[in-house]
Design a protein around this ligand. Structure first.
Ligand code: SF4
Length: 193
């Protein structure tokens, strides 16, 4: 078997993601939808309450304020995303998926067809192995990159399982975390050492 060097590996990962994005765009049946809109929807469907600001979205996507606000406008016009004011600080604007946006993300990102095509051929074991290897690659890149990691809460060094009796707890803010929040992504995430 031919050895896969880093360049080949990166090309494979890039090619897979291009195909995924192309399939997802096709599933929306909206020619005006661009990759950035789908990435923003997916992010807002997965981020936690500390991470749903336009600036966090920009950091996650690596995009400028202007590009983020244009993308948010497109999603607002389609009734998929809405802005709201933070209850504790009226100066902070937050973003969330509308009910329509939630349904859209659940049904189309990824679409059933894409899941079946891409993953239906793999065994559970192969899926787990691929997941572990990709996670390892992600962590390696993140640990060598400055800036926000945006990891899953449960894997953060501040996460305290059942830290407040029946609730989990964020050791950074001291606030309780619901079970559902433990699998959301957070801009404050820090990798456990
Ligand atoms: S435990 Fe970490 S990832 Fe979870 S909310 Fe706190 S800072 Fe964010």
């Amino acid at each position: 078997m031919e050895r896969t060097d880093t360049k080949n590996l990166l090309e494979l990962m890039e090619r897979v993601m291009l195909l995924v994005h192309s399939e997802e765009r096709a599933a929306t049946r909206d020619p005006k939808f661009r990759e950035v809109h789908l990435l923003a929807l997916k992010y807002l469907g997965r981020c936690n309450r500390y991470s749903n600001t336009p600036s966090a979205l920009g950091l996650y996507l690596g995009m400028t304020k202007g590009t983020v606000s244009q993308s948010v406008k497109v999603l607002e016009d389609r009734g998929l995303v809405e802005k709201y004011t933070d209850e504790a600080d009226g100066r902070v604007i937050r973003l969330r998926l509308t009910q329509r946006g939630n349904t859209f993300v659940r049904k189309k990102l990824p679409s059933d067809a894409l899941e079946a095509t891409l993953l239906g051929e793999m065994t559970d074991r192969e899926r787990d192995q691929l997941g572990s290897l990709l996670l390892k690659a992600l962590r390696t890149i993140q640990s060598n990159t400055d800036g926000f990691v945006f990891g899953v809460c449960r894997t953060c060094r501040h996460f305290k399982e059942r830290g407040l009796g029946t609730r989990h707890q964020c050791g950074l803010t001291g606030e309780p975390l619901l079970e559902v929040e433990s699998s959301q992504i957070c801009r404050e995430h820090e990798l456990a050492t």
